[in-house]
Design a protein around this ligand. Structure first.
Ligand code: PRP
Ligand code: ZN
Length: 310
């Protein structure tokens, strides 16, 4: 298959995702939940969309913002940290922002943090003002912006990996790196002290808008993404109850969505019993079901919601 990359008008949407790494699997899962499927093989870098004209490009995550900026890809699933860092670099080089974050995707959460040796007493950013200290990082643009905001004069030591080891090697006093569980910092006798960025996987797109078939495709995909994200942890609770029991039941379901009466359309045997349903966030426990039953609910059922369009 010949693959034409470029900015020309296209009638297929191209999404860049991480080829391997933390975001790779959840990104595919999310897109599959949106109804996309591909003719795929693991060693391939290009997956041709089957159910919809939406193709995947499997790349290194740090290439994703650039691919969007160059119009090679239309959308990308990438860490906010990567997107912000490259936006910061563009800004520093006098280039216009070329992409924007369309949605936070709720996975791949981590924080970009300033970390210091465990035995430091950290009193705040003021502590490192005018000390001429060195900070090792793979995120010089975000760190640079933070230092400027805080009015701190420090030397940024740019490293592409193994940042945590810099203080022990004597190449820097502090580091600025991604923290997820915190285990890496602990293992290197460091502690996090300042949060520079809350990151997660995001869906990124170009700063401008599409003026061909991709506009409709992107809009449909975003709507489906929203649908999938909203459904996370949502349960539909269904039951029957007499009208008199409603106030007590509503009291118990204060945290749920509105209690909806399902019209019975004249079914026989209704005799004043209402069919009710409501949407609940998170799990509905046995205890909650028993409380509802005591308040008059009958035939309680908790259902997983598979798909919905708002
Ligand atoms: C990140 C980060 C830390 C580690 C933190 O590295 O640079 O090394 O994860 O995670 P933790 O708080 O759960 O220990 P990553 O695995 O992304 O690899 P890289 O630094 O080589 O890109
Ligand atoms: Zn790392």
């Amino acid at each position: 298959m010949t693959l034409t990359l470029g900015t020309a008008t296209r009638d297929r949407l191209r999404i860049a995702i991480q080829k391997s790494g933390r975001l790779a699997e959840p990104a595919r899962k999310l897109l599959a939940a949106c109804g996309l499927s591909w003719r795929e093989s693991r060693d391939k870098l290009f997956c041709y969309g089957e159910t919809l004209p939406v193709d995947l490009l499997l790349v290194r995550d740090d290439d994703i913002p650039g691919l969007i900026a160059d119009g090679v890809c239309d959308l990308g699933v990438v860490g906010r940290n990567e997107l912000e860092e490259q936006a910061g670099t563009r800004l520093r080089n006098g280039l216009a922002p070329a992409y924007r974050e369309l949605r936070g995707l709720g996975f791949g959460q981590c924080r970009l943090m300033l970390a210091v040796p465990e035995d430091w007493d950290w009193t705040g950013p003021g502590q490192i003002k005018d000390k001429g200290l060195r900070i090792a990082t793979s995120y010089p643009a975000i760190l640079g912006q933070w230092l400027a905001r805080e009015g701190i004069d420090a030397q940024v030591v740019e490293l592409s990996g193994s940042v945590e080891i810099a203080p022990r090697l004597g190449t820097a006093e502090l580091i600025c790196d991604l923290v997820s569980s915190g285990a890496t910092l602990v293992a290197n006798q460091l502690k996090p002290v300042e949060n520079l960025l809350d990151s997660e996987a995001v869906l990124a797109g170009p700063a401008g808008s599409f003026d061909d078939a991709r506009a409709g495709l992107a809009q449909m995909l975003l709507r489906r993404v929203d649908g999938v994200l909203q459904l996370k942890d949502r349960k539909l609770l269904m039951f029957n109850a007499a009208r008199e029991a409603l106030p007590a039941l509503e009291q118990l379901l204060q945290d749920a969505g509105p209690l909806v009466v399902v019209p019975d359309q004249g079914r026989p045997g209704g005799n004043g019993t209402l069919a009710l349903q409501t949407m609940c966030e998170g799990t509905v426990s046995w205890q909650q079901l028993e409380d509802l039953e005591r308040a008059g609910a009958r035939g309680l059922m908790v259902l997983t919601v598979e798909r919905s369009l708002a």
